[in-house]
Design a protein around this ligand. Structure first.
Ligand code: P6P
Length: 286
C-alpha cells in the first residue's frame, strides 16, 4: 500500500493550531513596544516580533512550504520548496495587548509564489485569542470552527455559514476621513434597529463576530488614504476567502477582494466583508 505524501496545507494548519496555546501564553510579558516598525510603518509590540519568529521557524520548516511571508517582515523567507506559500499576520490587533482585548493570528495558504491574488488561496483562517482560543478555517469551499486547548483541535461546528439576518456592523477609520458615499451607506446601516455596532480595534475579532452573527465589517478607502489600512496578502485575502466560503461576500469597493491583483507584498486594500446583501448594497452605494 503506498503512503500518500503528507499534505503541506494540513501540516501548516496543524502547526498553527498547536502553536496557539504557546503564543497565547507568550503574550504575557511581551506587551511592551519593540524598537522596530513593521513594513507598514506601524510600531511593533514585542509580541509581534516574537510570534513572527516562532511561526516563521515552524512554518518554513514544513516540507512543501516554499515561502513564509508576514506582515511583520519586509522580506519573504524562501525555502526553495514549491508546493504552498504561506502569508501570516502573526498577531492581528496587537494594539489591543495593552488593554487586554481580543487579538488573533491570521493565515493564508496560496498555491502561487507571493505576492499572489486571493484567487490563488487554497486555504485560510484565523486563530482568535478571546475568552477561549478558537480557530476558523476554510478549505474547499467549507468553513470549520475549532476550539484549541493545549495544542489540541476540537471541531465545534462544520459547514459554517453566515446567519441570513445580519446583526452586527463595524467600520474602521475616522468618520471625517470617510468618503461621502461610504458615510451615507453607514448611516443606512445604523438606521436599521436590528443592527448593533461592534468594533473592537482588532479586525479579526470584529470579523469573527460577522461570521458568528451575520453583518458587515469594513475598513474602507479613506480620503487621506485611498487604499485603507488593511494588508491584502495577510488580512484581506484570507478574510475574504473564508467569508466567501461561508456564503458571504467581500469587496474592495467594486469587486471581490480575491480578484485584486497585488503589486507589492505589503499592498493595502479597502476591505469590506459580510452578508451578500449588505456588500451588494455597498457596491451600489460607492
Ligand atoms: P484603527 C489592528 O492594528 C488593525 O490592523 C486591525 O486589526 C484593526 O481592524 C485596525 O487596525 C484598527 O485600526 O484605525 O481603528 O486603530
Amino acid at each position: 500500500m503506498t503512503v500518500a505524501d503528507p499534505d503541506p496545507v494540513d501540516d501548516v494548519v496543524a502547526t498553527i493550531a498547536r502553536s496557539a496555546a504557546e503564543i497565547r501564553q507568550g503574550l504575557v510579558g511581551r506587551r511592551g513596544k519593540a524598537d522596530e516598525e513593521n513594513p507598514s510603518g506601524e510600531t511593533q509590540a514585542e509580541a509581534d516580533v516574537w510570534a513572527d519568529e516562532l511561526l516563521a521557524n515552524r512554518l518554513s520548516s514544513i516540507d512543501g512550504v516554499g515561502e513564509y511571508a508576514s506582515e511583520e517582515r519586509s522580506e519573504i523567507i524562501d525555502t526553495g520548496d514549491e508546493r504552498v506559500y504561506v502569508a501570516v499576520d502573526p498577531l492581528d490587533g496587537s494594539s489591543n495587548l495593552k488593554s487586554n482585548n481580543t487579538m488573533g493570528t491570521v493565515f493564508g495558504i496560496y498555491d502561487e509564489p507571493l505576492p499572489a491574488p486571493g484567487s490563488a488561496l487554497v486555504a485560510s483562517g484565523w486563530v482568535l485569542y478571546g475568552p477561549i482560543t478558537t480557530m476558523a478555517y476554510a478549505r474547499d469551499g467549507s468553513v470549520t470552527k475549532y476550539e484549541l486547548t493545549s495544542g489540541e483541535r476540537t471541531v465545534v461546528e462544520e459547514d459554517v455559514t453566515l446567519p441570513d439576518d445580519p446583526l452586527v456592523y463595524g467600520f474602521g477609520g475616522r468618520v471625517p476621513h470617510w468618503h461621502d458615499d461610504f458615510r451615507e451607506y453607514v448611516r443606512e446601516i445604523e438606521s436599521n434597529p436590528d443592527h448593533k455596532l461592534r468594533y473592537g480595534g482588532a479586525m479579526i475579532g470584529d470579523v469573527n463576530q460577522v461570521l458568528t452573527y451575520g453583518g458587515i465589517f469594513a475598513y474602507p478607502a479613506l480620503k487621506d488614504d485611498l487604499r485603507g489600512k488593511l494588508r491584502l496578502q495577510f488580512e484581506g485575502n484570507p478574510i475574504a476567502y473564508l467569508i466567501e466560503a461561508a456564503g458571504g461576500r467581500s469587496s474592495d469597493g467594486s469587486q471581490s477582494i480575491l480578484e485584486v491583483e497585488p503589486t507589492d507584498l505589503h499592498d493595502r486594500v479597502p476591505l469590506h466583508v459580510g452578508n451578500t446583501e449588505l456588500i451588494d448594497r455597498l457596491e451600489d452605494a460607492l
